[in-house]
Design a protein around this ligand. Structure first.
Ligand SMILES: C[S@@+](CC[C@H](N)C(=O)[O-])C[C@H]1O[C@@H](n2cnc3c(N)ncnc32)[C@H](O)[C@@H]1O
Length: 262
């Protein structure tokens, strides 16, 4: 496959969408409801913010300062336009940084928010890395695609084995969170509407348009087909897997050298 074409089509598919993963205001609000009110001086990081729908929701639901971090500058540009239009410049700063290599002081952050981005670093690794940034008693709210049933369909198993073999069950992710030094406060499955309203529906419309544009380009059609397969899989197998919000608190009694069940 011509990787340049694949990348170009990927970014054409994924530019100027409202979101880059499942989520909505109700889910962000529900996740936040498990976390005690933050002080006005709170430092909040939104990691892998993408176009920043959840950043704006967070700003409307919290006090304190949010730093929205991503490595794809066009998403940050898209978010910056909205921040300026809504007069939120004093509440939100955008930063082009690698969330896997953050140049941020240890124990300086009250809340880390990560909707649909932890998988990029692998869930366990992301949780371990980000913990050192949090203040004692700080919180991490992270949404992660997770198996909802111990025996998912073959179709779902095969697709995710190729696309995200590190995907775990909810109970395994809770064990991973504890082993990484967090106390799980709550978790819940995002409703199906959170996949469709701001993500799969606008993406599907984009796929139809680009399929026509790239009708004679095999490499482009392969990228489009993969997206269609993913959406179709969710349409038929949403009971097998879903996005789960995990709301975690730094466990101050955590002993990194202690043993923990695998
Ligand atoms: C699945 S999207 C989720 C975006 C957004 N949180 C949402 O729910 O709409 C993952 C985001 O992580 C960003 N990303 C990927 N690797 C990254 C890295 N190493 N550091 C920071 N952001 C990264 C991508 O550019 C993308 O915006």
């Amino acid at each position: 496959m011509n990787q340049d074409v694949a990348l170009q089509v990927f970014f054409e598919l994924h530019s100027n969408l409202p979101r880059e993963g499942p989520g909505n205001l109700a889910a962000t609000r529900r996740a936040l409801s498990f976390i005690p009110p933050l002080p006005e001086t709170a430092s909040i990081l939104d990691l892998g913010c993408g176009p920043g729908m959840q950043t704006l929701h967070l700003a409307s639901l919290t006090v304190g300062h949010i730093t929205a971090i991503d490595i794809h500058q066009p998403y940050l540009d898209q978010l910056s336009v909205t921040i300026a239009a809504q007069g939120l410049g004093d509440r939100i700063t955008v930063a082009n940084q690698d969330m896997g290599n953050l140049d941020w002081p240890d124990h300086s952050v009250d809340l880390i928010w990560a909707e649909g981005s932890a998988y990029i670093l692998e869930f366990a690794n992301a949780l371990r890395q980000w913990r050192s940034l949090l203040k004692p008693g700080g919180h991490l709210a992270v949404s992660e695609v997770s198996w909802l049933r111990p025996n998912p369909s073959d179709a779902a198993r095969q697709f995710w084995q190729e696309e995200y073999p590190g995907m775990q069950t909810v109970s395994k992710n809770l064990v991973i969170a504890q082993a990484a030094g967090y106390f799980p406060l709550a978790h819940f499955v995002l409703p199906e509407a959170a996949w469709w309203d701001h993500y799969y529906t606008p993406l599907s419309e984009r796929l139809v348009a680009l399929r026509e544009t790239y009708a004679n380009n095999e490499d482009a059609i392969a990228v489009i087909d993969l997206h269609d397969r993913e959406i179709d899989l969710y349409r038929h197998h949403s009971h097998d897997y879903g996005y789960v919000f995990y709301i975690l608190k730094v466990d101050e009694h955590y002993d990194p050298n202690g043993s923990f069940p695998a």
